[in-house]
Design a binder for this molecule. Structure first.
Ligand SMILES: [Fe+2]
Length: 270
């Protein structure tokens, strides 16, 4: 375990029998997350497995028409996002692939994706004390496995936040390598009025953990590159949101909100 910058802590892990086993206990990891800090887990998931997720996603997207219209949260779809979120007014430009029905994917695509999402799911369950399976459950929280591509030349995601529960801890796994596959862009956070930029600190296979109610964003890929939706170059990540899409969205009000929630969380766990 090592503090590599203020509020940024790296934790080693072993990848054993398809499971991410950190060098410290899940309870200790969550204590660091809730302080709060940004925790980077060196998962040890092999490069071939990670790159296979990108290749599988690209092959699936190539034969799957882009989704149009409002999200239904009950299928496998991909969308080129370019808009400003309604409530939080967060602008965004990226290409996401959401596998809410991951168990309905054909083989071997399903197996290839699960090689990464299943370790993430089990790890998140161990951190939060849950034992959640995949699958759509109307009116309840459930997993929304997502592979996100941030193309070169100006992709980004503006500052936004989420309700703390039921996710508690957000997970962002790097599927390719900063400095090699892409040269700019990464997730940023605000902790105690201090800006924590993780760009350059997250290697391929590293999974960022963050308190879900921290304001966060994705810094842009360099405008020096030419933008193209069709060019697979750029940053690729896997995330595993857990929420009820028909539940109450995050409030427009932000800064006092999350500080109050941290106090409340301490009272609850005390
Ligand atoms: Fe987010």
């Amino acid at each position: 375990m090592q503090e590599v910058a203020k509020y940024l802590i790296k934790v080693n892990a072993e990848f054993k029998d398809g499971q991410i086993v950190p060098e410290i206990s899940p309870e200790e990891v969550m204590r660091l997350v809730n302080e709060p800090n940004i925790v980077i887990i060196k998962t040890g998931i092999p490069e071939a497995v990670l790159r296979n997720v990108i290749e599988t996603t690209r092959a699936w997207a190539a034969k799957t028409p882009l989704a149009e219209g409002p999200d239904t949260f009950d299928n496998n779809q991909h969308k080129q996002r370019l808009h400003i979120a309604k409530i939080q007014q967060a602008p965004q430009l990226f290409h996401d692939h959401t596998f809410d029905a991951i168990l309905d994917l054909e083989q071997p695509a399903q197996q290839n994706l699960l090689q990464v999402f299943d370790p993430m799911r089990r790890f998140w369950n161990s951190l939060t004390g849950n034992n959640e399976p995949y699958g759509v459950r109307k009116g309840e929280p459930y997993f929304h496995p997502q592979v996100t591509h941030y193309p070169l030349g100006g992709s980004f995601f503006g500052r936004h936040w989420h309700p703390l529960n039921p996710q508690k801890v957000g997970t962002i796994l790097a599927l390719n390598q900063y400095g090699q596959d892409y040269h700019s862009g990464g997730t940023g956070y605000v902790i105690n009025d201090h800006i924590v930029e993780t760009e350059g600190y997250q290697d391929m296979g590293d999974m960022i953990l963050f308190r879900y109610d921290l304001p966060h964003w994705v810094s842009p890929s360099s405008f020096a590159d030419r933008f193209s939706w069709d060019d697979p170059a750029g940053r690729w990540v896997a995330i595993l949101p857990f929420y009820n899409p028909w539940g109450t969205p995050a409030d427009y009000k932000e800064p006092q909100g999350w500080k109050e929630q941290i106090v409340q969380a301490k009272e609850v766990t005390a």
